[in-house]
Every structure is written in structure tokens, then in C-alpha cells.
Write a protein that binds this ligand. Structure first.
Ligand SMILES: [Zn+2]
Length: 353
């Protein structure tokens, strides 16, 4: 079966945001979320053949962001956009007092809208984050309108940690959630989050929503970021009870254990939900050599993971999240996407009974 080229959404202005360092565990370290990540992926997808078709998105409608994120958060990003070009702001005060009256026009109050010290703001943050979300949303629109099996959003900065009101975890707008929100208007949506870290933002946004299933496989939050969410007893709330599944795994987990959990728990849950669309929050920081994640997945595991996703036979939007092993990232993403494309041409996975 010949599969037409997979659209890849990316905009050059995503590369103008260059955070240089972050504060992690009390130390100043080089920021892992570099422009080289996206460049590595682009290079890998553009070479060899015409399996991938790189396109620039149109600007995202402001309303699509406003539906999901608070006005205050947007105001804060606009405040950061006025910073001098050489300045980057690192929130370091995170008030807990009920008496705090945060003013998003004052950059010093950024800690009220943020939950960690690794996610800086500068004059280019808003522009890059807006194009990142534009890619995800337009990839969702193309997936639906062109009735394609797969589209891919090269979103950078990533998004799955961003909540309605808060940024953090290198995430400013929740790219996958905004895309899922668009697809939700046209059917039921399953989100499969395979980043090493739990997507606390995505979970929170859809926690009470029975029309969007969220399934996540990630490092056990008792040990790994974001620590406060991603536990197996978080199963949704209100009408959303039963539509959130967390599958935490211990550090060092290898491809065999990962695939067992994917096949025995994640995939059957997605199939039983009967979605019209699948959104994959695709982090590749589960790779054995990743400097941020702590799993042991190898190249062949990403091929298999992609194949399983393709064999679900669902219109699938793949949104880039983490993955920080810059020298290998492009190759790993390519192997994963090739696997997904190959899976589309194979017999569908039988639905678990
Ligand atoms: Zn991650």
C-alpha cells in the first residue's frame, strides 16, 4: 500500500526563541529545549525521500488559544514580548498567598502564572509558542479536511505541561490540547501521551471531559517531574470519571516492559473508547540516551511504537513534545514516524475484548 506524503507543520519563527539556561535542582544548566532539536528533526525528515511534506502553517486564530488558556496568561506573554531583546526573565518567586493579586502586565509577577524555574520568558517566547500551537492546530485541520491517516506537528516549544492558567515544563501553550479541542468539535478524541514526563496540563484540561480520553505512559511521578500528577489513581472527575488513564513506569524501564504496558493497557483502552481521532503527544525523551528522561527505549522500540499507533487505523495527529538527545533526536523521530506510516499500511490491530 502506497501512503501519500505525511504533512509536517513547521514555521521558521519557532527557531527565534533561544532559552540559554535554566535553573534545575539549584544549579544553572544549559537549557535542553534548544532550537537544534527542531533543526535535527527537520533535517532528518527532509532527506532521503519524499515521505514527508514540510509546510508552514497560517497564524493560529487568537480565539483558539483563548478558548483554552486564560486571558491573564496571554497578557503575561505579551508583557514578556516587550522585554529588551537581551533580557530573559526566570520566575523565582511563586506566591501561595490568597492575598497575592497577580498583575500580568508586571513581569515580576510571572511566578504567579508558572510552576517551575525551568521555563523562561523573553521577547520571542510568545511568537515561537504561537507558531508552535499554529502547527498543531493546522495539522489537526488538515488531518480532518484532507482525510489523511497521519499528520505531524513539529511543535517547539512543547506544550503538554501547560495548563489553562500556568506555564512550566518548557511549555507555554498546550499545543496538543488546542488541536484536540478543535477535533473534539467533530468527534470523540483519544490523546495518547508517550512523553517520558506526565502531561499534567493535558490531563487537567480534559479531566472532567468524557468526550476526550487521555492515556499517558510516563516515568513514575513519585520520582520524576512533574511529581504532583500522573499517579495511577487519577482517573478523571465528574462526567470525566473513567476517561483518564495514567500508566506510570519505574526509571530504567526498557522497551520490553514499555511495549507490554502499551499493548495490554494503553491500546485496548483507546480502542474501547472508540475515538474518531487520535492525538499523540509524542515525546522522545524515553530514548535510552536522552539526558532528561530515564527510560531505556532503543531505536527499534520507536519503530515498533510507531507501528502500533499506525495499526490502530485512526486518523492520527502526532504532536512533538519532548526529546533532548539532540544528536539522535531527528533520527529517532524519523524512525517513529516511518513506523507509524508503515503501520497504516498493515492490518489493523484487533480490538481487545
Ligand atoms: Zn518530557
Amino acid at each position: 500500500m502506497v501512503i501519500e506524503p505525511t504533512p509536517v507543520l513547521f514555521h521558521e519563527l519557532q527557531l527565534d526563541f533561544k532559552p540559554l539556561y535554566e535553573w534545575a535542582f539549584g544549579e544553572r544548566i544549559s537549557h535542553p529545549e534548544t532550537t537544534a532539536r527542531a533543526e535535527s528533526i527537520l533535517w532528518s525528515l527532509r532527506r532521503h525521500d519524499d515521505s514527508f511534506d514540510v509546510r508552514a502553517p497560517k497564524a493560529v486564530p487568537l480565539g483558539a488559544i483563548r478558548q483554552l488558556h486564560s486571558y491573564q496568561l496571554l497578557t503575561l506573554y505579551n508583557t514578556a514580548a516587550q522585554l529588551p531583546p537581551e533580557r530573559t526573565f526566570y520566575p523565582s518567586v511563586f506566591p501561595k498567598s490568597e492575598q497575592a493579586h497577580p498583575d500580568p502586565t508586571n513581569i515580576q509577577h510571572a511566578g504567579c502564572f508558572c510552576f517551575d524555574s525551568g521555563t523562561p520568558l523573553n521577547a520571542k517566547t510568545l511568537e515561537a509558542a504561537s507558531w508552535s500551537v499554529a502547527c498543531a492546530r493546522e495539522a489537526a485541520v488538515i488531518l480532518r479536511k484532507e482525510a489523511l491517516p497521519i499528520t505531524y506537528s513539529l511543535s517547539r516549544p512543547p506544550g503538554h505541561h501547560a495548563t489553562r492558567n500556568l506555564f512550566g515544563g518548557y511549555s507555554y501553550f498546550n499545543n496538543a490540547a488546542i488541536a484536540a479541542r478543535y477535533l473534539r468539535r467533530h468527534g470523540r478524541v483519544a490523546i495518547l501521551d508517550i512523553d517520558f514526563h506526565h502531561g499534567n496540563g493535558t490531563q487537567g484540561i480534559f479531566y472532567r471531559d468524557p468526550k476526550v480520553l487521555v492515556v499517558s505512559i510516563h516515568g513514575d511521578p513519585r520520582e520524576f517531574y512533574p511529581y504532583f500528577s500522573g499517579h495511577s489513581n487519577e482517573g478523571g472527575a465528574g462526567h470525566g470519571v473513567g476517561f483518564n488513564l495514567n500508566l506510570p513506569l519505574p526509571g530504567g524501564c526498557d522497551g520490553g516492559e514499555y511495549m507490554r504496558v502499551l499493548q495490554q493497557h494503553a491500546i485496548p483502552t483507546v480502542q474501547n473508547f472508540g475515538p474518531d481521532y487520535l492525538v499523540v503527544s509524542a515525546g522522545h525523551d524515553t530514548y535510552a540516551k536522552d539526558p532528561v528522561g530515564h527510560f531505556g527505549l532503543l531505536e527499534e522500540d520507536f519503530a515498533e511504537l510507531g507501528e502500533h499507533i499506525g495499526r490502530l487505523g485512526l486518523p492520527t495527529l502526532i504532536v512533538q513534545e519532548g526529546g533532548y538527545s539532540t544528536s539522535d533526536l531527528g533520527h529517532i523521530v524519523r524512525v517513529f514516524l516511518d513506523g507509524a506510516r508503515r503501520g497504516v499500511g498493515q492490518p489493523r490491530l484487533r480490538r481487545a475484548m
